[in-house]
Design a protein around this ligand. Structure first.
Ligand SMILES: Cc1cc2nc3c(=O)[nH]c(=O)nc-3n(C[C@H](O)[C@H](O)[C@H](O)COP(=O)(O)OP(=O)(O)OC[C@H]3O[C@@H](n4cnc5c(N)ncnc54)[C@H](O)[C@@H]3O)c2cc1C
Length: 321
């Protein structure tokens, strides 16, 4: 097997980051003349496999087992390891999601196969693929070449590939057996992170109003909230506002927060530090408002306004019908 893409479930649907991983696999397969298989774990009710039925991959492998219908690190590790051992894929692609971060290192340790996590791109050197990763707190990037011929686990940072570019097709469907006993599953998971923290899913938002230290004080946040409400957008922020306790952690965008890829991202009073930019660089369009004309955020903004957000936010809210 060439490439196996793990399709993760999120709230009854295929996770957006898994769709992005399929796009990564499709492009990688095209560049290297490889075949792509997709993998679903669990799914007794056939929901995910129905959704994947028009993915442009060669086959869709379903490893259905009652113990896999709910996520557990033990169960998923055992099932995933069994599939890798029987199918022997060269590359296993997936999104760098919370679930993947939880159980894939265990798969890596169990099978002694490398895990290249949080990849931001793929490059080619002398015909051999390398995976691009940020290092030293995203101040530098490095190319990681897998040197052994065995399976390589690769997870992609959110928004590295646009999910909208997923090519459709009609994959073959194959069911594979999994040997899993109740005693293999020693821990049960709690509710997913987003739900536990208020149902915010910035990664799925199309429109984000993001505020930074330029907001000045906590009392000004309702001005941004009003704009977000008018636009039906999610409110997000840079890290200093979270550190100050003004915004909840699940609304932080950046290297230690969420990675987002909305159609439109408003960066309001945000300087554009690399740790913030990492989290929003997948945005399709960026509008920046900043008092400082030399703020780095203007280097990546599609539209820039030099001005005071405290003056402009109410005007924008008023102007929007
Ligand atoms: C390990 C590590 C992880 C980190 N992770 C993250 C992360 O996940 N997310 C994150 O955001 N940061 C993160 N940071 C912090 C990051 O380095 C920056 O400090 C942070 O992003 C700066 O936030 P800011 O742009 O809101 O504030 P500042 O850099 O202080 O910028 C404020 C901006 O607002 C402008 N401004 C001020 N008043 C106004 C006004 N009235 N109208 C318009 N503009 C105004 C200023 O000109 C300035 O450009 C991390 C740092 C480290 C070391």
């Amino acid at each position: 097997m060439d490439i196996l893409v793990f399709l993760e479930e999120q709230q009854g649907k295929i996770h957006r980051m898994s769709r992005e991983a399929v796009v990564a696999a499709q492009q990688f397969a095209q560049d290297h003349g490889l075949k792509v298989s997709a993998l679903i774990l669990g799914d007794s009710d056939n929901v995910l496999s129905a959704e994947a039925a028009d993915f442009g991959v060669d086959e869709c492998i379903i490893a259905a087992h009652p113990l896999l219908d709910t996520y557990s690190a033990d169960g998923f590790t055992t099932a995933f390891a069994q599939i890798i051992q029987t199918e022997n894929p060269r590359y296993i692609f997936m999104g760098h999601s919370y679930m993947v971060r939880d159980f894939i290192p265990r798969v890596s340790a169990r099978l002694h196969c490398p895990f290249i996590g949080d990849v931001i791109g793929v490059t080619d050197q002398d015909g051999s693929p390398a995976f691009i990763k940020q290092v030293f707190n995203a101040k530098m990037v490095t190319d990681v070449h897998p040197v052994e011929n065995g399976p390589v686990l690769v997870s992609f940072q959110a928004a590295t590939y646009p999910a909208e570019k997923l090519v459709s097709g009609s994959p073959a469907r194959r069911e594979v057996p999994i040997n899993l006993a109740e005693s293999d599953v020693r821990a049960t998971s709690e509710e997913p992170f987003q739900e536990a923290s208020g149902g915010v899913d910035l990664t799925a938002a199309d429109l984000i109003i993001s505020i930074g230290r330029g907001i000045g004080k906590q009392e000004n946040i309702p001005v941004a909230e009003a704009l977000a409400k008018k636009l039906n957008a999610e409110l997000a922020s840079s890290r200093p506002l979270v550190d100050a306790g003004w915004m909840p952690p699940q609304r932080q965008v950046g290297s230690s927060g969420q990675s987002v890829s909305p159609k439109l991202y408003f960066a309001l009073g945000i300087s554009g530090a690399i740790q913030h930019v990492i989290g929003m660089k997948g945005s399709k369009n960026v509008v920046a408002i900043n008092k400082d004309p030399d703020a780095p955020i203007f280097e990546i903004a599609d539209y820039g306004i030099v001005g005071d957000i405290l003056e402009l936010m109410p005007l924008l809210t008023e102007a929007i019908p």
